[in-house]
Design a protein around this ligand. Sequence first.
Ligand code: PLP
Length: 510
Amino acid sequence: MGKHNMSLTYKLCLGFSAILNLLFFSFLIRSNNSDLGWSRKASEEAEAVASLSCSGHGRAYLDGFVLDGGKPICECNSCYTGLDCSQLVPDCVVDADSGNPIFLEPFWRQNAATSAIMMAGWHRMGYEFEDGSLISKELEKKIRKLHATVGNAVTEGRYIVFGAGSTQLLNAAVHALAADASSSPAKVVASAPYYPVYKSQTDLFESAKFKFEGHTSSWMNSSSMNFIEFVTSPNNPDGQLKKAFLQGLNAKQIYDLAYYWPHYTAIPSPMDKDLMIFTLSKLTGHAGSRFGWAIIKNKAVYERMVNYMDLNTYGVSRETQLRTLKLLSVVLEGNGKQMFSFGYEAMRFRWEKLSKILSASKRFSIQQLTPQQCTFSNEVRAPTPAFAWIKCEKEEDKDCHATLSAAKIIGRAGHVFGVDSTYVRLSLVNGKDDFELLQHRLEMLVFQERLVNLMAEFTPGGHVTRKSNFTVALNATYVSDENFGYYTNQEMASEDSRNSHVQETLQTLY
Ligand SMILES: Cc1ncc(COP(=O)(O)O)c(C=O)c1O
């Protein structure tokens, strides 16, 4: 009887405890859901738009176009069209002009969960942070940590100023350094080829204090004047690690280090300059967030830059600062190895492809870059520039931009960078689609060149005389030239499209 009673009590207790547990867990689940109150709808909207399929050739955004019913639609990569971006636009012109660093987008897709931010409607509505400043101290700390981890810049004992992209900081720096200039305006200079904004921005803001005065080389022996030199390292457009050209007490430098990160260059040592400028645009690829920072040694220069920011925009958007903080936290995961390895491999692949294609050409050449020891990765690193700096070698191609445009490649003309028109910059930082189309168009150009040379060898006196001969040779070249891998290329895969390219090539040659 006692035994029977005990087992009944035991069963009752067990049942009671099970009910309690059930109640407890349902309470937990409900309270968790209610914790997600204000953010749930926003995250559902964000997930819904992110999950829209754009065939890998586009993406939809929360603030993008919508259909009549309010449904978001895909924004397609250039050369792709259709509601789901699945159709390739035939004979499309390739945009290799823009420096949009979309090559990092796949990394951010892989890290979607850790890099997302959720912002309440009341997030930091005021003008200032609690301490009265316009910059997030947490973000400043994160930036210092990032430089220490990568080893690309000294930040100890330095001041940091934030800007709306480095574009805003470039002129803030000119303004701050020019304030010292005595009677005549400081001469703002750069070594060609240089990033064109140095000239256009300085021209726009020209004042009694500063004026753009062209190439450094024109001022080599004028040490008695006041100079502000832009030094870009690695350089945009040619990827070279640069040093200041003008020396002496009257020469001040603004080091634009937009590309001094391990995905674009080996890092030989930390930069330790008086005024260095970096940008999120090229570091993580988030050009649209408009965030840059300057690292400054001199207190007076720092204060003048802060004053410029106060009067110009009153600081950088708090939303941007929050997003940057989150992105840099992801970059720093695993000591920065993940994002920089991803970026380095992507850029190495592209540079190798392009170098290989152009190595078969005598008509086009690209800049020479050498492998270097990198202190960040502790190995010798292959070149991985953000841009190919193409030179058209033949007299008949002296307008190189026009030559490439005729082949449906839009680059940025050499004269924009202060050099002659035999040069063109081609962007290697675009998305995969743009790069693949660029690769294909360049292959076609080099193929055409080789064909002309081949025919010159085949025909008496080196002249192409008969179309039929020509067609045979052209087809033979397509079939036999495995180096160029035409058969792996989507556009060249079918017999029909090969024939139409053959006809097209013939028309341009005759
Ligand atoms: C050398 C260099 N400096 C500065 C910038 C401007 O960058 P941001 O997007 O930060 O304004 C660029 C952009 O292409 C650049 O190439």
